[in-house]
Design a protein around this ligand. Structure first.
Ligand code: G3H
Ligand code: ZN
Length: 287
């Protein structure tokens, strides 16, 4: 059964570890992430962007696939199904479709409008028992059509949004979606510490988890980060493993063209990446 992310994140914040949000694109992604979470006895959050939701045939299809897999594969660790960087309209859609968690990303609005819309989503989502993530400031780079300026969050605005009853708060602290450029300045821990000080122990969310060095991940967790989002890294390792398989001509021998064989190396690569992240984030054996 899907669960809200609330309890797993409160527990993570108290226990000084983070739960990984891994974005899904299809059945292989979902199965790789759920299987790894179960093997490692770790809670997990499946992230679905609006684009990935559309690609998979709509939010109802995603809910059906994830619920079916949890049941058929006997997944007993806590799993939350979460809309990633959702618009107001799509936040309402996933609440109806049966997601257990939702991000309303109002970071591109002026703070007053972000407050107003976040409040409305909190009211509707909480009635149905979903957890809610809000965002302040902006994550740099681009993810699935969502482009961010990279503006560092204002702690006072964070305090305002955190006070609306959201479950978790994402803040721009120099983090970027996609690969980090060579001249990246790193995460802004001074701002993160200020945000932590004024947001009443709310679990904080670190987006752009691909390629953040280990020491920065650990420091972020020590400053209240309880959820870390990873997307691009799984895509990169999947693409690399699939390319190697094809370049080695394995699809040309025997039944190597069978999609269940062709997609296997990419599936295993996602599993290895998810395992590595869960170990780094400290969520292993926390289910
Ligand atoms: O919302 C999803 C994440 O922020 C993923 O970021 O693609 O850089 O890992 P990433
Ligand atoms: Zn993100």
């Amino acid at each position: 059964m899907l669960v809200s992310a609330e309890q797993m994140l409160i527990k993570a914040r108290e226990g000084k570890y983070a739960v990984g949000q891994f974005n899904i694109n299809n059945l292989e992604w979902t199965k790789a992430i759920l299987t790894t979470a179960q093997e490692l006895n770790s809670p997990v959050i499946l992230g679905v962007s609006e684009g990935a939701g559309k690609y998979m045939g709509g939010y109802e299809t995603v809910v059906g696939m994830v619920n079916g897999m949890i049941k058929s594969m006997n997944i007993t660790v806590p799993v939350a199904l979460h809309l990633d960087h959702g618009s107001y309209e799509h936040a309402l859609k996933v609440i109806e479709a049966g997601f257990s968690s939702v991000m309303f990303d109002g970071s591109h609005y002026a703070i007053e409008e972000n407050v107003e819309k976040t409040m409305e989503i909190v009211r509707i989502a909480k009635e149905k028992g979903l957890s809610v993530e809000a965002e302040v400031g902006s994550i740099g780079g681009e993810e699935d059509g969502v482009i961010g300026t990279g503006e560092v969050a204002d702690p006072q605005e964070c305090a305002k949004i955190a006070g609306l009853g959201v479950t978790m708060l994402a803040a721009g602290i120099g983090n970027i979606h996609g690969k980090y450029p060579a001249n990246w300045q790193g995460l802004n821990f001074d701002v993160l510490a200020k945000i932590q000080a004024v947001t009443n122990n709310i679990p904080l969310v670190l987006h752009g988890g691909t390629g953040i060095p280990e020491d920065m991940i650990k420091q972020a967790i020590s400053l209240g980060v309880a959820k870390i989002n990873v997307n691009t890294e799984c895509q990169l390792v999947f693409a690399e493993a699939t390319r190697k398989y094809i370049e080695a001509g394995k699809d040309l021998t025997g039944k190597g063209f069978d999609p269940r064989k062709l997609l296997q190396p990419g599936y295993e690569a996602i599993k290895a990446t998810v395992k590595e992240k869960m170990e780094l984030f400290g969520s292993v054996n926390q289910a």
